[in-house]
Design a protein around this ligand. Structure first.
Ligand code: UN1
Length: 457
C-alpha cells in the first residue's frame, strides 16, 4: 500500500507518495531507537540542550520553506502556517533548557542517618502518534520534552501530513542529532498499532475513537499513555462583553484554519441581551473570513461530512445565519457557517465535526449558559467573553473545560503551559510545560545509608 497526501486547495497536486512501511519496520525502528537511547541519555544535559537548540535553529533557518509546505500539504492559511513554524522553533528552544531542570529532590530520613533522593528517569522509547492539523508543532511538542529528558522518539504522523513530518526529520538530522534518536515512520492504522505495541511510553493526539483504542492497548501493556482527543468547545458571551471584540475572537476560533483544531469553537452561547448584537456581529465577522483566514478542509470526505451535517440540521428545523454552501471552485472548501435553532440532540450540537461550522444558542442567564457549556463529554477549551474579570473568573471556576480562555479565542495554545481537556477530551498527563517532562519520565526513590559500620545493621 502507498501513503499519499494531496494539496487540499488543489486536489490534483500530489504532495507525497511513500510506500507504507508495515508493522515490522516499526518494530525495527523502535529497536534501533532503543539502541540509541542509552547513549543519548549518557551524553548528558549539556549535549541534549545544544542538540535541541540546534533543531530550533534549523527550523528557523527553513521557516519560509516549512510554512509553504504546511500550506501545500494540509491547507493551512499562510499566516497561521508561519505562526506554527515560529511556535515550533520556540517549542524546541524552550525544551532546550529542560535538560538542566532539577530531576528530583533530597529528603530527610524519618529517623537515623542517610539520605532519601527522588530522581526522574526517561522511559526509553517514546512512541508518538500525531494528527495532520499541526503537522510541525504537535510532533515537536511531543518529541522535544521526551528527548530533553533522555528518551529516543519514534513518530508516526498522520498520512495527510507525511511530507511535513519527513521534512522535520531531515531538519533534525541536519541539527546533528545522533542517529535513531528521532525517527519518523510514515503510516496508517497498522503502523500506529505496531508503535503502541512496542514503545515504552505513548502519546497520541487525534480522534476520540482511535484514541480510546490506543489508551486501551497501551494500558493493557502497562506503558504510560496520554491521549488528546476531540473537543466540542463553547464560547460564552455575556451582555457586558465588548461584542465586536468577542465576535472577532469567535470568528477566528470558528473559521480559522477552517475550524480544524481540537480547540476550535463549535458552540456559541449568547447570554441574555448579548444574543442579537452578537449574532449580527458574528455573521459579519464570519462573512469577512476569507481564504487568508479559513482555507480548505483537509479532504473531500471532511467537506461532505460537514455539508451533510448542515443539511440534516436544516431539515431538522435549524436556520442558516450565514454560509452553509460549498463554493464553486477547485479544492475542498466549505463556507464559514453559523446556524441557529439546531435541536439540542442533533449531532451538530453534540459531536466534533472539525470544520468551520458553529451553532448559536441563547441562554437566559450565566447559570443556564454554564449548564449548556458543560453538557458535553468533550470539554477541551471554552472561551468566556465579559467586561468583568470577576464574572469571567467566577465562570471559569464553574466550567469543566481543561482550557479556559477569557476574552480570547478558544483556539490557541501557550506552548509552555500544560495543555489538555476535562472529562472525555483527554486521557492521562497533560502535554507541554512541566507536565510533559513529568509524563516522559518515571520517578525513582533512592534511599542511601552510610557505608560501613556507621551505617547501621
Ligand atoms: C491551537 O489551538 O493552537 O489537535 C492548538 C489540536 C490541538 C492543538 C490546538 N491538540 O488541534
Amino acid at each position: 500500500m502507498t501513503i499519499t497526501s494531496y494539496n487540499p486547495a488543489d486536489p490534483a497536486d500530489l504532495v507525497v507518495a511513500v510506500e507504507e512501511p508495515g508493522a515490522e519496520a516499526v518494530r525495527a525502528a523502535v529497536a534501533r531507537a532503543r539502541g540509541a537511547q542509552a547513549g543519548w541519555l549518557a551524553a548528558g544535559a549539556g549535549a541534549r540542550s545544544v542538540a535541541l537548540g540546534r533543531i530550533a535553529d534549523a527550523v528557523e533557518a527553513h521557516a519560509e520553506e516549512l510554512a509553504a509546505l504546511v500550506v501545500r500539504e494540509v491547507g493551512k492559511p499562510l499566516a497561521e502556517a508561519r505562526g506554527e513554524v515560529a511556535r515550533t522553533a520556540a517549542i524546541w528552544r524552550y525544551y532546550a533548557q529542560a535538560p538542566y531542570a532539577p530531576s528530583g529532590a533530597v529528603h530527610e530520613t524519618a529517623g537515623g542517618p542517610g539520605l532519601l533522593l527522588t530522581r526522574r528517569r526517561p522511559h526509553g522509547v517514546a512512541g508518538l502518534i500525531a494528527p495532520w492539523n499541526f503537522p510541525l508543532a504537535i510532533p515537536s511538542w511531543k518529541a522535544a520534552p521526551a528527548m530533553a529528558v533522555g528518551n529516543a522518539v519514534v513518530l508516526k504522523p498522520a498520512p495527510e501530513a507525511t511530507a511535513c513530518a519527513l521534512r522535520l526529520a531531515e531538519l533534525v538530522a541536519l541539527a546533528g542529532l545522533p542517529q535513531d534518536v528521532f525517527a519518523v515512520l510514515p503510516g496508517g492504522a497498522e503502523e500506529g498499532a505496531a508503535l503502541v505495541d512496542a514503545a515504552d511510553v505513548v502519546s497520541f493526539t487525534g480522534s476520540t475513537g482511535v484514541g480510546r483504542a490506543v489508551v486501551r492497548a497501551a494500558t493493557e501493556r502497562g506503558v504510560p499513555v496520554q491521549a488528546e482527543l476531540g473537543g466540542l468547545n463553547a464560547a460564552l458571551v455575556l451582555p457586558d462583553a465588548d461584542i465586536a471584540q468577542a465576535a472577532g475572537h469567535i470568528a477566528a476560533a470558528v473559521a480559522g484554519y477552517a475550524g480544524q483544531k481540537c480547540t476550535a469553537t463549535s458552540r456559541v452561547i449568547a447570554v441574555g441581551e448579548a444574543y442579537g448584537p452578537l449574532r449580527d456581529a458574528l455573521v459579519k465577522a464570519l462573512e469577512a473570513a476569507d481564504d487568508a483566514v479559513c482555507g480548505p478542509v483537509v479532504n473531500a470526505a471532511a467537506r461532505d461530512r460537514l455539508t451533510g451535517a448542515v443539511d440534516s440540521a436544516v431539515a431538522a428545523g435549524a436556520t442558516v445565519l450565514t454560509g452553509g454552501r460549498v463554493p464553486e471552485r477547485p479544492g475542498w472548501y466549505v463556507e464559514p457557517t453559523l446556524l441557529a435553532g439546531v435541536p439540542a440532540e442533533h449531532p451538530l450540537a453534540r459531536e466534533e465535526f472539525f470544520g468551520p461550522v458553529a451553532v448559536l444558542h441563547a441562554a437566559a442567564d450565566l447559570d443556564a449558559a454554564i449548564v449548556l457549556a458543560n453538557d458535553t463529554p468533550h470539554s477541551l477549551a471554552t472561551s468566556v467573553h465579559s467586561g468583568s474579570l470577576d464574572v469571567a473568573l467566577a465562570a471559569a471556576d464553574r466550567l469543566d473545560a481543561g482550557m479556559i480562555r477569557i476574552n480570547a479565542p478558544s483556539s490557541g495554545v501557550d506552548f509552555h503551559l500544560p495543555f489538555g481537556g476535562a472529562k472525555g477530551a483527554s486521557h492521562g498527563e497533560r502535554e507541554q510545560g512541566q507536565a510533559a517532562l513529568d509524563f516522559y519520565t518515571v520517578g525513582r526513590t533512592i534511599s542511601v545509608l552510610p557505608a560501613g559500620p556507621g551505617g547501621g545493621a
